[in-house]
Write a protein that binds this ligand. Structure first.
Ligand code: ADP
Ligand code: MG
Length: 867
């Protein structure tokens, strides 16, 4: 026996949507069957049942009511699943055999436009990627809610593709068969994306052809088609809010690779992977949601062209200088609604009366904003004002149509103003008057019957009725009154007159609501014609919003406008870290200077742990990013070169997801810098080599520095705990030693956080260990070992390696009874001390500290020949 015809139908449709949950409409429910049902029951925590499906065994089934389906869909989308909505497309009453059903939309993480599934201040992208030719990738991404579509070629490597994906709000990616398994895995596991296969169509939908105007002649055509076909396939329609594909030339922007985006915490903090604690968090004082989204986009792509940067800075200067005028603009922006997403919803056909009311209010602000910009004493702002174009036709249309307080629903009337449409006015007249007729009739009946408590009411079943309490029943005129309903202590009646009136009123009301719905839908259609203008307006308003935000933040935080040099000069006076200075409570941030140029382009930074080395390095990079997005910078004076790329290797962040060790990540990051940096780049290498054994690490660190110095000439900040490296300045003339000053007061370290010339003399590691509360006899022992070690190393001319002739003295560190096991002993001793040195005590848990101590002791025992 086969399945029932309905289940056969289900299976046929499901076969086309294998990667989605199929929500199969059955009356008032969406049902799921087979594996879908099992999985959905689990994910949605709903009951799994069984259904007779024709065969002997029952099949698994579960379902959700269609009126509350949205919540369930939301849960699945958030978990990265896709949902195909399959509706009944003919009336079940008239259908012969099984009701016809079709998938009307596939809701996917990358294509949602429903408000509840989107974050206001974030874009929501669907991307597509393909390998075009040897290590050249085609990449595109689109936001369905705002209509933007971007495409670019990515040279170099898969790594560069991941950098594009990383931290950008991409939820889903359409891939094709030429990606490798490990690449697909990166997208799924490391980047946490929903990975989708392309839609199978032979022909590109014609309605969408114009979107491809900018890529028709390019390599990028197929990838854009792949993206748009998928959109068409899932949404089952073309949209008029989609904008033409914009091609991004990556070379026109500063390149921030994935590691730098993460390490510098541009849009997300590393600790919590959220906005708080990031550069975006400090700079974002935008007022509109569109502005917030644009701010993030700008931070992800700092500019390279000096005239473009200067233009932004000029506008920021204008906003900065005129506080009151800026405040007025900010006030007006507060009343501007999310026009970008509104266009998407107009195009989708799901705006309601309240949306249009907000659109009207937004448009009413536009003349004020334009005039508000014109009064600045700043030509760059005047140019901005020229791009603000009011849309009087649309405003007039909305002002004459939309009611002042429309309901959320568009099926209940009260959406439109009186006077907008004659027929509507007539119906409304009757239904409004009808209500007063009823009131009059009530009065008349009271008088005629003498029943004071008589009243006329309305319900959906009987329509209008006259209600008389039980006590008054003897007073009713039985010839006119017809009983309809009996209540506990009253009876309800109707009369001919009442029913006649009722018919007139209800008909008018019904017609009025119906007509209003039609008029509203027509109005919505008409607004579609204004989408391009509205999108332009959204674009310029969001730009104004970001620039006013830069000015506001710059003023609040005492930033200064940067100057740009063309000879590599990079000089900061009293530079600060924009984020740390904001989160420091109580203490004040200690400013420091930076001085680099094409001759002196490398700084080797030494200084104790926790003194501020990493902070100093990061603040230079953040300052550069801020300058190149067009914001003022946290310093007293700033002259900067324009940097093409920033590379960083900072901190010990294990890439837990991909399971790579700290040292491997360190080397990957370093390699990325070495392969791609130019003399116009900035490289930050923080304690490189720390993740491996001392000699390995030191050797690598020195070789990397030499390589950058001789081959790349990139401006480089290099911090190290290998003091041996500080002598390198004798050979590397572009390198200079600096250190972070710390002072010792009563045997304790005080961090001054001040950068000084020259190398640091002590590492203070033991003091930090002391601060961390390690046992005092351990600390004393470490001090003795250190003193003796330093004494010995001073006797050695070249400190990089201890010559073997100091073997005897090294052994006397411990005691006379030591019996060296082999000739490596001095090296092992040195290693022991180095291990102690390099312990990052403050980052350890007590358990880890114990373990390290144990290892140290084991090594020491080994040296002494015990086990
Ligand atoms: P290091 O890299 O030398 O170990 P960090 O740069 O991580 O040190 O700085 C450690 C802490 O010291 C920071 O979290 C911050 O609280 C503080 N700090 C760093 N630089 C400064 C500064 N210039 N002024 C004030 N506090 C600072
Ligand atoms: Mg550090």
């Amino acid at each position: 026996m086969g399945y029932t015809p309905m289940i056969e139908q289900y299976l046929k449709i499901k076969a086309e949507y294998k990667d989605s949950f199929l929500f199969f409409r059955l009356g008032d429910f969406y049902e799921m069957f087979f594996e879908d049902a099992v999985k959905a029951a689990q994910e949605l925590e709903i009951t799994l049942t069984k259904k007779n499906a024709g065969k002997d065994e029952k099949i698994p089934m579960c379902g959700v009511p269609h009126h509350s389906a949205e919540n369930y869909i939301k849960v699945l989308i958030e978990k990265g699943y896709k949902v195909a909505i399959c509706e009944q497309v003919e009336d079940p009453k008239t259908a012969k055999g099984v009701v016809k059903r079709e998938v009307v939309q596939v809701i996917t993480p990358g294509t949602v436009i429903e408000g509840a599934m989107l974050k206001e201040q974030e874009n929501n992208y669907l991307a597509a990627v393909t390998l075009l030719e040897d290590s050249l990738y085609g990449f595109s991404y689109a936001d369905m809610s705002t209509g933007e579509i971007f495409a670019m070629e990515i040279e170099n490597s898969w790594q560069a593709v991941l950098s594009e994906v990383y931290n950008r709000p991409i939820r889903e990616i359409v891939i094709d068969e030429n990606l490798s398994d490990s690449e697909i895995n990166d997208l799924k596991i490391r980047m946490q994306l929903t990975v989708s296969l392309p839609a199978e169509y032979s022909k590109f939908p014609e309605d969408m052809n114009h979107l491809l105007d900018n890529v028709n002649q390019s390599h990028l055509l197929p990838i854009c088609q792949q993206l748009l076909m998928y959109l068409f396939h899932t949404q089952k329609r073309a949209f008029n809010h989609l904008k033409k594909v914009q091609v991004i030339q990556l070379k026109q922007y500063m390149n921030l690779d994935m590691y730098s985006k993460r390490n510098l915490e541009i849009t997300h903090s590393m600790m919590r992977n959220e906005k708080f604690g990031s550069l975006l968090w400090v700079l974002d004082k935008t007022i509109t949601a569109m502005g917030a989204r644009k701010m993030k986009k700008w931070l992800e792509r700092p500019l390279l062209r000096r005239d473009h940067i200067e233009n932004r800075l000029e506008i920021v200067t204008g906003f900065y200088n005129q506080f009151m005028e800026r405040e007025n603009i900010r006030e007006s922006l507060r009343l501007v609604y999310d026009l970008e997403r509104l266009c998407g919803r107009v195009s989708f056909g799901n705006v309601n009366g309240r949306d249009l009311l907000q659109l009207k209010k937004s448009l009413q602000q536009i003349p004020q904003i334009k005039e508000g910009l014109e009064i600045f004493d700043n030509t760059a702002i005047h140019q901005l004002a020229q791009r603000v174009i009011v849309i009087p036709d649309l405003l007039e249309l909305l002002e004459s149509s939309i009611a002042e307080n429309p309901p959320i629903s568009i099926n209940e009337g009260n959406l439109l103003k009186d006077g907008y449409n004659q027929s509507l006015d007539q119906y409304r007249h009757i239904s409004r008057n009808g209500k007063s007729w009823i009131a009059e009739l009530e009065q008349k009946e009271k008088e005629q019957t003498g029943i004071k408590s008589l009243k006329i009411g309305f319900n959906k079943v009987f329509g209008y009725y006259i209600e008389v309490t039980r006590a008054n029943l003897h007073l009713i005129p039985t010839d006119r009154y017809e009983r309809k309903q009996t209540l506990a202590n009253a009876e309800r009646y109707i009369t001919n007159e009442l029913k006649e009136k009722e018919e007139l009123i209800l008909e008018a009301e019904e017609k009025s609501v119906g007509l209003e719905y039609e008029l509203f839908v027509a109005l919505r259609e008409e607004i579609k014609n204004f989408i391009p203008q509205l999108q332009n307006l959204a674009d310029i308003l969001s730009e104004i919003d970001v620039l006013q935000s830069f000015a506001t933040v710059s003023e609040e935080n005492n930033y200064v406008r940067p100057n740009f040099s063309s000879d590599g000069q990079t000089v900061l006076k009293e530079s600060r870290h924009p984020v740390i200075e904001k989160v420091m409570s109580g203490d004040t941030f200690v400013p420091n200077d930076v001085a680099l140029d094409n001759q002196q382009f490398m700084l080797l930074i030494t200084g104790p742990n926790m003194s501020g080395k990493s902070t100093y390095m990061r603040q230079l990079a953040l300052t550069i990013v801020m300058a190149q997005v067009g914001c003022f910078v946290p310093a007293k004076e700033a002259t900067l070169a324009i940097f093409d790329q920033i590379f960083t290797r900072i901190g010990a962040a294990d890439d837990l997801v991909s399971g790579q060790s700290t040292f491997m990540v360190e080397m990957l990051e370093a390699n990325n810098a070495l392969q791609n940096a130019t003399s116009n780049s900035l490289i930050l290498l923080d304690e490189i080599g720390r993740g491996t054994s001392t000699y390995d690490g030191m050797a690598l660190a020195q070789a990397i520095m030499e390589y950058i110095h001789h081959q790349i000439h990139a401006k480089t900040l290099f911090s190290t705990h290998y003091h041996e490296l500080t002598t390198l300045d004798q050979e590397l003339h572009g390198m200079k030693n600096i250190h972070v000053k710390a002072e010792e007061v009563d045997g304790k370290v005080v961090f001054l956080h001040q950068i000084r010339e020259g190398a640091a003399d002590e590492s203070y590691g033991i003091h930090v260990a002391q601060l961390a509360g390690l046992p005092s006899h351990l600390i004393s022992r470490a001090k003795i070992i250190l003193d003796e070690f330093e004494l010995k190393s001073k006797e050695v001319s070249n400190t990089n390696e201890l010559p073997s002739n100091c073997k005897e003295e090294q052994i006397s560190f411990f005691s006379e009874e030591i019996e060296p096991k082999n000739k490596q002993t001095p090296k092992q001793l040195n290693e022991l001390v180095e291990l102690l040195y390099s312990m990052n005590v403050l980052d350890m848990t007590p358990m880890e500290a114990m373990n390290h101590l144990y290892t140290l002791q084991k090594k020491a025992k080994g040296l002494k020949g015990r086990s």
